[in-house]
Design a protein around this ligand. Structure first.
Ligand code: GTP
Ligand code: MG
Length: 137
């Protein structure tokens, strides 16, 4: 597929990095197909990250992701899922390559500035979580 889904996470919106992150995403060749500024409830964050329910950091992750505003977006580019994960870098910013979004803007493995879908299937599921059919074109 040529689509992926991203969120700019609460740490990055709070620090005022939203514009710079979107700029880096667009300059890397992604186009924005849908986008919204919103805030998740703890229930919504728990549902979005349900695949991580058994992980030890699940409670922390849900609390963090509902702690402030996020930007949710569907992005388009050839090879979108893999290329976007390359652009954002490793989950832990200390291990992320120089120049990646997490290297540039993330503070820790938990508060790591951005989300990127890990498969075409999850990109479609996650995009549908935030955007109705009318909002996806
Ligand atoms: P996403 O793009 O957000 O899905 O990140 P990822 O695919 O690089 O990592 P993964 O799916 O394994 O984990 C999802 C999210 O859980 C991460 O982005 C972090 O925000 C959080 N997370 C992962 N590992 C840890 C951890 O050890 N501690 C804490 N507090 N949070 C973690
Ligand atoms: Mg993931």
């Amino acid at each position: 597929s040529n689509k992926t889904f991203t969120m700019i996470k609460p740490d990055a919106t709070a620090k005022g990095h939203t514009g710079a992150i979107l700029d880096q995403i667009i300059k890397a060749g992604f186009s924005i197909k849908a986008m919204k500024w919103t805030r998740l409830t703890t229930a919504q964050a728990g549902e979005f990250y349900a695949v991580h329910k058994e992980r030890p950091f699940y409670g922390e992750l849900v609390a963090f992701m509902s702690s402030g505003p996020i930007v949710a977006a569907i992005l388009e580019k050839d090879n979108a899922v893999a290329d976007f994960r390359t652009l954002i870098g490793a989950t832990d910013p200390a291990k992320a390559e120089e120049g990646t979004i997490r290297k540039n803007f993330a503070s820790s493995v938990g508060e790591n500035a951005v989300h990127g879908s890990d498969s075409d299937e999850n990109a479609a599921i996650e995009g549908s979580f935030f955007f109705s059919g009318l909002e996806r074109f």
